[in-house]
Design a protein around this ligand. Structure first.
Ligand code: UDP
Length: 265
């Protein structure tokens, strides 16, 4: 009999469900999802995703049907704390990809890296394989999220027979890409949108120093390194204001495992 799909504690932030995970929960979660015989989608949710979902009902739907919605974005941790339903850790795609690669090497799961600029996925595959010699990366390809390319990409991925597919086309394109195409990817048990993670692995972009991450200012560092992000990051103050309204309304749904509790009291 197929085991039920696992669930995790969660919080609804502006209508978007985010799982309240530690790193141990997230990685154990990957093991559970890989074992249940179904196909799964993981997303790395941040405040920009949440604000996009406010005017994009299809994206809201997609986010709320993710099998795991990782809390990637310090703003979500701030919101969860304010709404008295704390999230234990910031579980990011950039840190998650190498951690999942290590897990894949231990379990013998095969990876495929899709997306990023030409040559980046292949170079990231080399880097990851250097770190974990048992890791099997069965394919890498830049391609593009354009629907006209989908059939060719699906053929390529199916020919390589990976267990896990990482898709680096940026949000929301990568997450829509997975939602549209996962049923046609015959071998893939887990697909995850990973944004700029491959750029970090190859050193094309640099993560903020650990101390900057610790004080919650990685977003500011990224804005400094990539100033073109200013328009996207306008979502952050809008997110903060909307969360303050949610706090005032006292209508937060804080789910602990099975029982749902409202923090309205
Ligand atoms: N990207 C791509 N094709 C596209 C758009 C984006 O391959 O049509 C890649 C881009 O090269 C980068 C990643 O998608 O590697 C998106 O990175 P971004 O920094 O926007 O994502 P974030 O980390 O902010 O989610």
């Amino acid at each position: 009999m197929t085991p039920p799909t696992p669930t995790w504690p969660s919080i609804m932030i502006l209508g978007v469900r985010v799982h309240r995970l530690s790193w141990a929960d997230a990685l154990h979660g990957v093991e559970l999802l890989m074992a249940d015989g179904r196909q799964h989608q993981i997303g790395t949710v941040n405040p920009e995703f949440v604000m996009q979902a406010q005017h994009d009902p299809a994206f809201l739907n997609l986010l709320n049907s993710l099998d795991m919605a990782w809390p990637d974005g310090i703003g979500l941790l701030w919101a969860a704390k304010l709404l008295r339903c704390p999230i234990p850790a910031r579980v990011t795609g950039s840190d998650g990809v190498p951690r999942m690669a290590k897990l894949a090497a231990q379990h013998g799961w095969k990876l495929f890296l899709l997306g990023a600029a030409p040559g980046v996925a292949a170079a990231a595959a080399v880097q990851l394989q250097k770190r974990w010699s048992a890791l099997q990366i069965v394919g890498s390809f830049a391609g593009s999220p354009a629907p006209a390319e989908e059939n060719a990409i699906i053929q390529r991925v199916n020919a390589a027979q990976p267990d896990i597919l990482f898709v680096a086309y940026g949000a929301p394109a990568q997450d829509y890409w997975i939602q549209r195409n996962l049923p046609r990817l015959t071998s893939v048990r887990l697909a995850m949108g990973i944004g700029g993670s491959l750029d970090f692995i190859v050193g094309k972009q640099q993560r903020a120093p650990a101390w900057v991450q610790r004080i919650g200012l990685e977003w500011l560092y990224r804005l400094w390194r990539e100033p073109w992000r200013w328009r996207r990051q306008l979502a952050l103050p809008r997110f903060a204001v909307a969360v303050l309204h949610q706090h005032r309304r006292k209508d937060t749904i804080c789910q602990n495992s099975k029982a749902e509790v409202s923090n309205g009291a």
